[in-house]
Every structure is written in C-alpha cells, then in structure tokens.
Design a protein around this ligand. Structure first.
Ligand SMILES: [Zn+2]
Length: 1162
C-alpha cells in the first residue's frame, strides 16, 4: 500500500486563504494595469462569492475554506504576474504577444542544406540489413583484388604508425594503469626510439603523459623533448583524454583540449596538428568542428556502423571532407580518414584477412595473447622466411589500398596498452624492420614501407590526392554497431547518476572560471592592501581550479562519462568529480566575497589574511553519491526583523528574471531586495522521497522558500531573508496542497509542517501560469499544453515505462520488445498551488516525478520544469523511460506519423533522428546530451525538451519518444568490461519542456529538414539557463555573516554588477573566461554564437532576458575594463590568428571565437 504521510493543521487552513487574498492584492501593483484590474475584479467577486457561501451555509470558517478551495481547484488557479524588485524590471520586460521575425541583418539565411555529397542519415535510411551477407562489415561485396600494373605506375607507400591506446580508467583506475602499464610504456618508447633513428611513435592521452612528465627526471625529460623536437614522437590530438563523443557537452570538451594542448606546449614547446579518435563508440561532427577550430587539419575516426563503413569502402569514400550541416560554404571542412575494418588493433589494420594479419601481430610473441586470432600465431621473421613473409604482408597492404584513393596507406601498429614490455617492443620493431628492409630493397614489390607518425601519413596522402578526389560528407556516426544487431545505444544512459554529476560540475567549474577571472581583472583597479590579499589567495585558488579542470577532463574519457568502466573505477571517478565540485565551489565563494567586499575594510581587517568563508553554495554535497544540498538558511532562531543575506551569482551573459528557491527552517519569513522592497515569495514543502517504500514524506524541519529575483549578466545580486514573528502573508504566500490516492495520517511525525493538505478524489486537473494552461490526467501525468495567447493546444502526453530486458550491458541496448507501462492505476498524486509556482508530484514504482510551472516573466515562465528521481536499485534488467507522446504534432496530411525528431550533438548543434523500420529498435536510440525537439510537421508548433544531463533518446514504431532515465543490467555484453551495470544510485534528472507556437507565415517549417533543425533564440537561452543554474551563496554561519547587524535596514550596495557596460548579444554565449596565466593576468575569452532559427525569435517574446541581437558584433572593451587588450586565437588558445589587437569583433552564426585577454601595459 502506498502511503502519503502528513499532518493537517486547521490553523493554517485559514491563514493560507487569507494570505492568498492579500497576496493577490499585493501583486496587483504590477505593470500591466489593465490585466490586474480585471483580475482584482474577478478576485473581489470570488471573495464575495465565498463570503456569501459561508454565510449561507453557516459552516465554520475552516469547513468553509475547504469548500472554497474545492471551488478554486476547478478554475485555473491564480493568474498573478509578479512584481519585481527595482532592478530595471519595468524597463526590461517586453510585453507578451510580440511576434518577432529576426531581421535579415541579424541572420544571413544560408542555403537549406550543406551541399555535401554524402549525408550519413541517408546511408542509415537506405541500409539493407537483410541482404548484409554477414553481421560483420567484411562482406564479400568488396573486391580485394589488386592490379600489379597500377603499382608499377605509382608505388604503394605504407606508413606504419606505432601507437599504444591507453584508457585513463576502464578495467583499472587511471592511477593503477599508470603505475602498472603506462609508465613503463612511455619509458620503453624513449629507449626503443633512441636505438634506431627511423623509429617513430604517436601518443594521444596527455593525462597519462603529464603524470609521466611530472615523475620523470631531468635526463628522461631531455630525451623525450629531443624526440618530440625531431618529430619522432608526435602528440596526436593531445587532449587530456580521448573524449567520448556522445554524452559529452561542449564546455568540458573544449576545456579538456585546452588543458592537454597547453601542457605539451608549456613543457615541450609542442603543438598537435593531427587528431586521433579511434575508440569512442560512434563519432560526432561537433568534434570535427572543434578540432578544426583548434587548428587541426586532419583527423582519424574508427568506430562507425559496419554497414556505413562497408558502403563508404565500396565507393572509396573512407577519406572525406567532413562538412558541418550548417556550413554550406565549407569554411570548417575537416579532412577525415576513417579506419578500415573493425578495430584499431594490429590484427585488423594490416589488411582484410585477419588470420594473415594475426601472423604479423608480433606483440603477441611476448604476451602470448590469442584473442581474436583463433590459433593464428605470429611468425617470427628470419633471413630464411623474410621473402615469403614480405610477400604475404605486402599482399595485405595492396588489398587494403584498393579501398583508398591515394596509394598511400596508414597501418596502425598497436592496441590497448601496447609496448608495455621490452620484449614486446623489440618483437614489434625488429620483425617489422626486417620486412621493411627486404621490401624496400626489392623494387619488384613497387612498395615502400616506413615507420611514421600520423602527420607523416597525412602529408604523404595529401601529396597524392587532388582536392577533387575528396568527397564531402555531412552528419554524424550515431548509432554505432560493430556487428549483427548489436547497437551501442545503452551507454548513452549507463551510470546516469554520474552523467548528471558531470553536468553539474561543468556548470560549477565554468562559473568558477569566470568569477575567478573577473576577480583577477577587478583587482587591477583595487587598492594595494586588498590587491595583495587577493594575490595570495588567488595562487591557492588557481591550484584548485587546475585540479578541478583535470578531474573533469579525465571523466570525459570514453570509458568515463560513458559509464562503461568497472565498479571500482566508477567509484574512483566519482571521488574525483566530488573533489572537483568542492574545489570549484570554493573558488566561487572566495572570488565572490572578494568581489562583494573589495573596498570594504571588513575584507582587509577583520578577515585577513586569507579566507573569510562568509558563504557556502546551497548545492553542496556530503559525499560523491549524495544528491541533496545540505545547506539551509537558519531563520527559526533569528530575531524578528533581523535578516540573512543570500547572494545569487549569474554566470551567463544575459539578464535573468527567475524564480529561485533556498531552504529555510521557518515559514515565517519575507524576502527583500537590496533596496528594501519586498519581493514575492512562496513557502512550499520540501518533499523527501522514501524510495524503500515509495512514499512521499514532508521534511518536518525545512521549507522551500521560492522567490522572484532579477540579476544582471555576470553579476552577484544580494537578497535578504527577513525573519518575522508570525507568517508574513503579505508578500509570502504558502502553497496549498491537494492529495489524491493518499492515505491520510494525522500523526506525530510532522508536528509543525503547517501546510493545509486537502484530500480529494482522483480527478483530472489543470495548472496554469501567465503563458500556459497545463492539463493533467487523474494519474497526475501531463496530457496537454494550451497557449493562453493563441488558444492553441498541443497534446503532449507524458508517461513512464520500463523495458524488461534479458540482454545488454554497459554498452549495448536490446529492448527486445515494447516497454511495459509502470503501474499507474492510482498512484499517489500531490498538487501544490501557489501564486509564484504550482507543482505536481506523482509517485510511481521506481520514480518520483514532478512538474512545476512558474509565474515568471523570465525564461522559467516559458519553460515547464520536469524532474524525476529514479531508483532502480531493487530491480533487475530494467531500462526506465519517460515516454513523450506528441504524435498529434507529427501527423502528416495522410494521417501517418512522421517518425523524425531531433537531438543535439554535444550541446552544439541539432541532428535529425529517424525511426529506421528496417533496423532493430535499438538502432533508433540516439545520444541526447542536452536537447530534443519534436517539430510539428506543419511548422506551426514545436516541443523542445531541454535536458540537464546526457541520456539516450529513441523513437518507437508508433512515433513515441523514449527518454531513457537509468538502466540496470545484470549481465556483461561482451565488450570487455566483463560485468553488468548493478551499481545504480538514487538518480535525479531534470528537464525543461518548452512548447512554442508559431505563426505559419514565418516559414518555420523550413527551419527543419531531414538532416537538421534550428532552435529559436529563446529556446537556446532556456537551454543555457537550465544547464547553468543561478548559484545561491548562503551565509556560512551566523558569526561570519557579512551583513550581520543590519536589522531591517538594508545595506546600500546591491551586489557586484560585473564590468559589462552592455550585455552580450542574445545569441552569444560566454562559453568560458579561463585564466591561463595568473601572474600575467592572461585569460582566454571564448564566445559562442549560438546557431538558431533565422525566421522567428520565439513564439512570444523575442527573449525575456533584456538583450538584443546585434548580428554577432561585440565591442570587447564593453565586456571587461579598458585595462585589457584582446588578440584572436584558435579555440585551444594555441595558435595566434592575428597580431592585431581586437576591439570590435563579429562572430558568425554557430561559430566559437577565442581571444587572449591580456593586461594592456601601454
Ligand atoms: Zn579506449
């Protein structure tokens, strides 16, 4: 029996009602007078109706209120726009109902398609799985015969490229791998390369390299440096890790590249120019863009669908120019080499005949490894067999060359943790060198073989290729399959808890970087005493930032964020993420209080020399696996009239008017802005999910205090929570609660919760705010959204279901059949209503689901917040999905559902996703790092689900969209990790659902194609707001309270308002402001102009964030003080693109521009 526990307090019944009325009146002083007059009139009527009802029935006040509440439940609840504090609210608020097409000057509409020769989506749609002769790509369809004449005309060039694939965490932790494997590998490389000048090596993972470097002595470092300087050791990609490409989000992808690329530049003067991404499970076009933008000219990819690979091979299209779907001019085209065959290992890379290649996998002579070779052992090369051995290997090389166009082939030599032992290195180098010497001295082979690095290969290949030989390809390579019906769509969701934690850390670290850099800028104009204090602290904080960057970077590894490591490795990653979160938080609180207090004698005198610790971040954790913040604002024992300061940090480049919440221990509070005006607030219960019995409980000690705030871009804004003797119902209302299917218990457990909770029969109900009316079923689940402005309705049904599977593991998903709906006959439903926000909470087996709608003029007013708390710990072989039925929107004229939706690639661009009826269902599941769009086929409406964590999203035969929430698998899936996924945690996921209603005349249908779609500006901003939440700084403890002693009198400064004289354009996102050199005060300013619709800004407001589009033109001196100068760099901050100092810049749509910001010492 599911139960809902609460107490009922009649005293509060009355107060709740009275408070509600007064709040209504209070709110009526808002800006839209006519609206308010109407509402007050209707309120007055309502009150008088109720009064007459009461007097007629003669019921007691309490009973009467219950009747009234019943009445209000049937009408749309409370339509109160909120009055905001004095921070320019009236100036900034753009009245609703403005439909704005974006002016041409702000958005050059390029052609609808990229103009590529190949769209990968089309290859999937035309895939003929039934006629594939084997479940493997090496199909008989490819003709491997070679023509000796052609080699006589043009010699075959073979670059053999020794490499070692080192995973920074998988079966062992990062540190264990280093100690047991990688340290020795790097030592071997130095020793073996020094033995012979022709030997070369290519290395990718800088996390490992940096560890080796830190430990190496001067002699080892000098030797390595010499090998790098002579080009014999080449760093390829040189990211901190080889990142996953499905679950990763733009911020961390860029950051881990900056960290790795700068490490080799700073310590070895090296710059990477070729990229190497051979193990991620599917490949993203965003990665191609980022590499290009970082100055790379060539890249290698490997894991793509076996039938895609087969098709490209049959057309000699394994080398192509990768073009972004949004870039028809091809400014960002990237030359890409797709490896042949199934894996990057030696046995797959020498040629098409695996048993033959096994004989040349000399590393196995030392290791005795037999995996993949079924009795085909390596054969030692001797003077007696070298002729025969050479002929056999050259035959494989020539066969391989038939599927490339240049007569140059790349043969990668190595696999996971290769060259671990001296014996292995010796076998590999010496046996191959015997063959090389023989072949190169026998002209009849018409073949030249040498050791080379990745760049050696590309240089040679380009010398043989004409630009016209290179096809253009657009799209991405999801979803990956390596054989049969094995699709790697499970890892999009595996270890969902840590995918969520990663996203929280990304936002926290970004916020820390920006505020730290702002403090460093600000100190330039500060007095010396304060500046000196800050300098000392800044060095310590910079060290912590570096640790946080590297821990976040490490987790981007393709066995980290993917959730495909062994349990102890997952725990190790969790500890690192937790530490990084704590460090980033400390940087924020310390930098924040410096910015708030600089110039205040308090900062220098009272709290010198080091830390003041006035603040804590509300979302602070006690352990890697805890999910809740532990901090609240203590008000219970605060004297009436006294106040506590709360500061909100907005790290985004636009103004945010938003409803926020902090925890308090007393409901008797008001909230004031810094000018002393009350702001609207609402007291709501804090729910605790007791997932062992799946009941909802009220926290007996804490309350959620929700209130409206207004923060400028890049600012810290003060608000004050004021203690009152009794409920302060003028500005602060209390949620009214209704419960269905709940067993009421008047108990001892919650002696003073103070909430009126009304039990009602299960029924359909509605919740509304300024923009929408949401309709819910009896089971508490969303059914439809009505736009108040146009009166139009979108049917969007949410439900929950579970795939009951018996196969699949960390990597692979086998749905087997349709999912089973979670039992939803009579789930407990609690509805909270209030004047700032309303919320529904529903309890199913395995998930507590809630939907929140806000009365806010900001982005959160246009977004419907969806949160789920998932617990699969007691299940087996379950994959839980939140199902979205928006098929009404997807119906074409003939009544058929168009089974297409869109998901983002790395938070950077949108990619079309189709249901593939000829492939198994698991092929139609895709990565969804941050956003999913269902576009109305007629172009008049759209639903976007913004996501605050990466997950898989699929489309079913019916056209339903399944958003995967977590998965628990009891078995291994044969891809090496050798365990199931059984370490599930209590896992939160958060989404914003944004409905948009378009005017057909705006031509929005043209924004969507079979390949891509462009979101609106407002929707893009909502995505940023969800993924970069405002950070609440709460008082650390009473004794250190910054503004202690202020009683009722509000201090004058409103906070720190940043340096921005004007805001960034609406579509330009401050991706990072990353301090690179503390002493020199150098920072990288990274600006991303979002790709968005050129036809419509949004359904209602242009954007509710007081910004404007400026065609991507920015005056950089407005962003910071005039003390700084800017020069343009590549995205990794390595290549200087222009000597000239930039002042006014322009960023093209979709592009990311980077500037080095330095003190102008003129
Ligand atoms: Zn790997």
């Amino acid at each position: 029996m599911k139960r809902f526990l609460f107490i009922r307090c009649k005293y509060f019944t009355v107060l709740a009602f009275v408070g509600c009325c007064l709040t209504f009146m209070f709110s009526s002083s808002g800006n839209d007078e006519k609206l308010y007059r109407n509402r007050i009139a209707s309120l007055t009527r309502m009150v008088s109706d109720m009064q007459s009802l009461l007097s007629r029935t003669g019921l007691s006040a309490v009973v009467g209120m219950e009747v009234v509440i019943e009445t209000t439940a049937k009408i749309d609840f409370l339509l109160v726009a909120t009055e905001f504090d004095s921070l320019d609210y009236r100036d900034s608020y753009i009245a609703p109902n403005i439909r704005a097409a974006i002016g041409k000057e702000n958005c050059v509409i390029e052609s609808e398609t990229s103009g590529a020769d190949i769209q990968v989506v089309d290859l999937y749609r035309n895939m003929d799985i039934a006629s594939a002769q084997s479940g493997h790509w090496m199909d008989k369809a490819i003709n491997w015969t070679w023509d000796s004449e052609s080699f006589k005309q043009r010699k075959l060039e073979v670059i053999m490229m020794p490499h070692s694939h080192n995973d920074p965490g998988w079966l062992k932790t990062f540190e264990q791998y280093f100690e047991q494997d990688t340290n020795g590998i790097l030592n071997n490389i130095v020793n073996f390369l020094e033995q012979k000048e022709t030997r070369k090596f290519s290395w990718a993972e800088i996390s490992f390299f940096s560890m080796w470097w830190e430990r190496a002595n001067d002699n080892q470092r000098a030797r390595m440096k010499a090998l790098v300087a002579s080009g014999r050791v080449e760093f390829i990609t040189a990211g901190w890790v080889m990142e996953d490409e499905a679950n990763t989000y733009l911020y961390a992808m860029v950051d881990q590249m900056i960290e790795g690329n700068h490490f080799i530049k700073d310590h070895l003067g090296a710059k990477a120019k070729s990229a190497w991404s051979i193990d991620p499970f599917g490949q993203s076009s965003t990665v191609a863009y980022l590499r290009k933008r970082m100055g790379f000219s060539n890249m290698v990819i490997q894991r793509t669908h076996y039938l895609v690979k087969k098709y490209l091979a049959s057309k000699k299209n394994l080398e192509f120019s990768w073009r972004q779907n949004w870039d028809p001019r091809g400014d960002n085209d990237m030359f890409t080499h797709m490896m042949t065959f199934s894996s990057y290992c030696t046995l797959d890379q020498c040629g098409p005949d695996k048993p033959t290649c096994c004989q040349f996998d000399f590393a196995r002579m030392a290791s005795g490894q037999t995996w993949g070779c079924q009795g085909n052992k390596p054969v030692v090369v001797t003077p007696y067999n070298v002729a025969e051995r050479s002929a056999k290997l050259v035959d494989q090389f020539k066969k391989k060359s038939t599927i490339y166009r240049s007569n140059v082939i790349l043969v990668a030599v190595g696999q996971d943790f290769s060259f671990r032992t001296v014996g292995e290195a010796r076998h590999v180098f010496e046996n191959n060198e015997m063959i090389m010497d023989f072949v190169n001295s026998h002209p009849e082979f018409n073949t030249h073989i040498k050791w080379g690095t990745l760049s050696d290969y590309f240089e040679l290949a380009h010398s043989r290729l004409r630009p016209s030989d290179i096809p253009h390809l657009s799209g991405d390579f999801f979803t990956y399959s390596d054989r049969n019906d094995d699709y790697w769509s499970g890892y999009f969701t595996s270890r969902a808890f840590f995918k969520k934690l990663d996203r929280i850390l990304e936002s926290r670290l970004r916020s820390a970087e920006i505020i730290f850099s702002m403090a460093n800028m600000f100190v330039q104009s500060d007095n010396n005493a304060v500046a000196n204090l800050w300098e000392g602290l800044a060095t310590e904080l910079m060290g912590k930032l570096t640790v946080a960057r590297r821990h976040l970077g490490l987790f981007q590894h393709h066995d980290g964020i993917t959730g495909t490591s062994r349990d102890p490795v997952v725990i190790d990653y969790g500890k690192k993420l937790f530490q990084a979160l704590a460090f980033a938080s400390e940087v924020i609180t310390q930098s924040g209080q410096y910015l708030l207090l600089s110039g205040d004698p308090l900062y220098v005198s009272k709290h010198a020399p080091k830390t003041l610790e006035a603040f804590v971040i509300d979302e602070s954790r006690t352990a890697p696996e805890s999910i809740e913040g532990i901090h609240f604002v203590p008000m219970k024992n605060t004297k009436a009239g006294k106040m506590k300061e709360v500061v909100f940090y907005n790290s985004l480049g636009f103004q945010r008017q938003q409803i926020v919440s902090v925890l308090v221990d007393s409901p008797n509070v008001e909230v004031q802005c810094h000018k002393g005006f009350n702001v609207h607030a609402q007291i709501a219960p804090k729910w605790m999910a007791e997932t062992s019995s799946w009941t909802i409980e009220l926290d007996p000690n804490l309350y959620e205090l929700w209130f409206t705030i207004n923060t400028k871009p890049l600012s810290l804004t003060r608000y004050f929570i004021v203690a009152r003797k009794k409920p302060a119902r003028k500005a602060t209302s209390i949620s009214t609660l209704y419960a269905m299917n709940v067993v009421k218990e008047v108990g001892e457990k919650f002696p003073a919760s103070g909430f009126q909770i009304e039990n009602t029969e299960p029924k359909e109900f509605k919740l509304s705010n300024y923009h929408y009316i949401l309709s819910f079923g009896e089971n508490g689940l969303l059914k439809s959204i009505k736009d108040r402005n146009t009166e139009r309705v979108i049917n969007v049904g949410l439900s929950f279901a579970a795939y009951h599977v018996n196969r699949g593991g960390a990597y692979l998903f086998y749905p087997g059949g349709p999912p089973k709906p979670l039992p939803s006959l009579a789930p407990p439903v609690v509805v909270e209503k209030g004047h700032l926000f309303s919320r529904v909470t529903v309890m199913f087996d395995n998930v507590m689901h809630s939907i929140r709608i806000m009365n806010s003029p900001g982005l959160d007013g246009y977004s419907i917040a969806v949160s789920n708390l998932v617990d699969l710990r007691k299940t087996s072989n379950r994959e839980l999905t939140m199902r979205i039925d928006a098929t009404d929107l997807m119906k074409m004229d003939d009544g058929e559902v168009k089974k297409t939706f869109y998901t983002d690639l790395n938070g950077f661009q949108m990619q079309a996703r189709h249901y593939h009826s000829q492939l198994p269902l698991q092929a139609s599941f895709y990565p969804m790092p941050s956003q999913m769009i269902i576009n109305g086929v007629k172009g008049s409406a759209r639903v976007t689900l913004h996501s605050a964590q990466s997950a898989g999203a699929g489309i079913t035969p019916e056209g339903f969209i399944d958003i995967m929430l977590d998965r628990r698998l009891m078995q291994d899936d044969g891809r090496g990790v050798q365990q199931g996924v059984k370490d599930n945690k209590l896992t939160p996921n958060d989404f914003w659902l944004v409905p948009e209603f378009f005017d057909n005349s705006l031509g929005t249908a043209r924004d969507a194609s079979d390949y891509a779609i462009k979101p609106t500006v407002m929707s893009q901003q909502a995505n940023l707001a969800l993924n970069n939440p405002l950070i609440a700084l709460l008082p650390a403890d009473d004794s250190k309270q910054v503004n202690e002693g202020h009683s009722g009198k509000v201090p004058s400064p409103g906070g720190f308002q940043g340096q921005a004289k004007s805001y960034l354009p609406c579509d330009v996102h401050l991706l990072n402001l990353r301090t690179m050199n503390l002493e020199e005060k150098e920072a990288l300013l990274i600006l991303h102009r979002l790709g968005h619709s050129c036809r419509v800004a949004s359904s209602g407001n242009l954007v509710p964030t007081n910004c404007s589009l400026n065609n991507g033109i920015i005056d950089l001196t407005n962003v910071t003080k005039d003390l700084f100068k800017f020069t343009e760099y590549s995205l990794n901050g390595i290549h200087n693109l222009s000597e000239a100092h930039q002042k006014t810049i322009q960023i093209n749509p979709f592009e990311i521009n980077t500037y080095l910001m330095q003190l102008d010492k003129k």
